[in-house]
Design a protein around this ligand. Sequence first.
Ligand SMILES: [Fe+2]
Ligand SMILES: [Fe+2]
Length: 132
Amino acid sequence: MTNNSDKCKIACERNDLQHHILSTLINYFRTARMARADNATLQMILGEILAYYELHQQNEEQLMKDISFPDFESHKKNHDIHNLDFIKKIQGVEKGDYAYEDFDEYLSKWIVEHITHEDALLRKYLKQLQNH
Ligand SMILES: [Fe+2]
Ligand SMILES: [Fe+2]
């Protein structure tokens, strides 16, 4: 196995792990909500999801730059749109315009759709690099 191949393998595993952590955080939010956690707790968990999501975006965008991923611009745009939307919803729930229970579907849908579409293309590209 070449050095580059090793790097791609680790990058792919790291990306998968970060997606897994994001899913775990989202499940944690759902569990807390169903256990009727107070608003301050739910807000704190959403803040942690946002912070981890932003960290993940930065890592993923750096990875795309490092490997000259062809769809970098559109993928980054997609991250930015999700990010702004998520922040708007978090602010909305503080103001009472958005309900905590609406986050369950929103977060699951967002993560599943982005990971299975945009991130899957990145994963495929990484796998191709790994095998060369
Ligand atoms: Fe992504
Ligand atoms: Fe991702």
